[in-house]
Design a protein around this ligand. Structure first.
Ligand SMILES: NC(=O)c1ccc[n+]([C@@H]2O[C@H](COP(=O)([O-])OP(=O)(O)OC[C@H]3O[C@@H](n4cnc5c(N)ncnc54)[C@H](OP(=O)(O)O)[C@@H]3O)[C@@H](O)[C@H]2O)c1
Length: 337
C-alpha cells in the first residue's frame, strides 16, 4: 500500500490502483460497463472535496479515488446493458467526484460513455469529457451568439484551451488571459487577443464584453462585472454558487441559504450592471459526449493534452502537477503501458 497525502485528507491506495480504494477488478453492476482503462483524465475537480469553500457542494465519501474522465476498452457488461460491444473503444466519465478512473479497470454507467472519436488516441479522448461538456454547458447557459465578445480566463489550461476553440467555433471574438510563455500557443488555438497577465492588467484593456468565462474565482469573479457591458453575462466555474446551481446540485436548504448570503455582494455587482451571473456546477452531461465526438471527428476542435507524460505508477505525480495549476491542456495518466 502507498498513501497519497492531500492537503487535508489522507487517501489510502494500492500499488495497482495508486489513487483509489476500489478492488483491482470489480464486476460491472446493473446498467454498467467495465472499462479496461487506457487513459484517465485528472482535473482540479478531484480536489474540490478538500477545498474548504467548495467542499460543501461536492458530496463524496472517504477514502475516495481520483480522476473523473476515462477512455479504454469495454471488457464486460452488467445486466441490462444493450449498448456498447465488448472490445469497443469508449470515452466518458464517472457520475460524480470520488469514483476514481485512475485504475486498471473502472465500472461506469453505460449511459456515461460513448464510442471514442475515430481520429483520436486514448490520451486525447480521456482529456475531453469533463472539460468539453462543462464548456458546452457554460456557453449554452450564457447564450453565446456569433459576434459576441468573450473573455476566457486561463486560456492555457484544460478548460481554457477547449473554451477558446469552442467559442471561436460558435463565432465569438475571443480574448484570453495567459502567461508570456503560453501567449503564442493560445493564439494558435484561435484566441483573437491575448492578455498576458504577467505584463498587463486585463481590466485596463477589455471593456463592454458580452460574456466572461471566469475560471479563477475570488476577485476575478467580481472584476468580471467591471469588464462586461450592461446586460452582459458572467459565467463562473469557480466563483460563488448561485441558487439555481445549488438547487441543481441538490444542496439542502440550510447550505443554500448560507451560499445565498455569501453571494450577496456578487448579486449587488450584477444588479448594478443589469447583468446575469451563473455558476456552472461540476456535472458532466452525457449527451455532450456525442457532440464532442462530432466536433473532433469533423476537425472543428482538437483535444489538448498536457505534454507531461504520466503513467499508472506516477499517477500521484499527475495529481501533484495538477495542484500546481501550470498545465497546458488536460492532464492525462496513461494506463495502457
Ligand atoms: N464548475 C465546474 O464544473 C468546473 C469544471 C472544470 C473546471 N472547473 C474549474 O475551472 C478552473 C480551471 O480548470 P482547468 O482544468 O482549466 O485548470 P488548469 O488546467 O489546472 O489551469 C492551468 C492553467 O491556468 C493558467 N493560469 C494560472 N493562473 C492564471 C492567471 N492568473 N491568469 C490566467 N491564467 C492562469 C496556467 O497558465 P500559465 O502557466 O500560463 O500561468 C495554466 O495553463 C479551475 O478552478 C477548476 O476548478 C470547474
Amino acid at each position: 500500500m502507498i498513501e497519497f497525502q492531500s492537503e487535508t485528507r489522507r487517501v489510502r491506495t494500492s500499488e495497482a490502483n495508486p489513487v483509489g480504494g476500489r478492488p483491482d477488478k470489480p464486476q460491472p453492476g446493473r446498467g454498467e460497463v467495465l472499462i479496461r482503462v487506457h487513459a484517465a483524465g485528472v482535473n482540479p475537480a478531484d480536489f474540490l472535496a478538500e477545498d474548504g469553500e467548495k467542499s460543501c457542494v461536492v458530496k463524496t465519501k472517504y477514502p475516495h479515488g481520483r480522476g473523473l474522465c476515462v477512455s479504454g476498452i469495454v471488457v464486460a457488461k452488467g445486466a441490462n446493458v444493450a449498448t456498447h460491444d465488448l472490445g469497443s473503444a469508449v470515452f466518458g466519465h464517472v457520475p460524480k467526484v470520488g469514483l476514481d478512473t485512475c485504475a486498471e479497470f473502472v465500472p461506469v454507467p453505460a449511459s456515461h460513455v460513448r464510442e471514442m472519436p475515430a481520429n483520436t488516441g486514448f490520451r486525447e479522448a480521456a482529456g475531453l469529457p469533463l472539460v468539453g461538456s462543462v464548456v458546452i454547458q457554460a456557453f449554452d447557459r450564457a447564450g453565446l451568439r456569433a459576434g459576441d465578445h468573450v473573455l476566457i480566463h486561463e486560456g492555457g489550461g484544460a478548460v481554457g484551451s477547449f473554451a477558446i476553440q469552442y467559442a471561436k467555433f460558435l463565432g465569438a471574438t475571443v480574448f484570453t488571459t495567459t502567461s508570456t510563455e503560453n501567449a503564442d500557443w493560445v493564439r494558435g488555438l484561435g484566441a483573437d487577443s491575448v492578455l498576458d497577465y504577467q505584463l498587463v492588467d486585463y481590466r485596463d484593456i477589455v471593456h463592454d464584453l458580452d460574456i466572461v468565462l471566469d475560471t479563477l474565482g475570488g476577485d476575478a469573479t467580481f472584476s468580471a462585472f467591471d469588464v462586461i457591458r450592461t446586460g452582459g453575462t458572467v459565467i463562473s466555474l469557480f466563483g460563488p454558487v448561485d441558487d439555481k446551481a445549488a438547487r441543481r446540485l441538490g444542496l439542502n436548504p440550510l447550505v443554500r441559504q448560507v451560499l445565498w448570503f455569501k453571494a450577496r455582494e456578487l448579486r449587488r455587482k450584477a444588479r448594478e450592471k443589469n447583468a446575469r451571473y451563473r455558476f456552472i456546477p461540476m456535472m458532466p452531461e452525457t449527451r455532450h459526449l456525442a457532440t464532442l465526438r462530432d466536433l473532433v471527428e469533423t476537425g472543428r476542435l482538437r483535444p489538448v493534452v498536457d505534454a507531461t507524460g504520466f503513467v499508472s505508477s506516477s499517477a500521484t505525480d499527475a495529481l501533484a502537477y495538477q495542484e500546481k495549476g501550470r498545465a497546458k491542456g488536460t492532464i492525462v495518466v496513461d494506463f495502457a503501458g
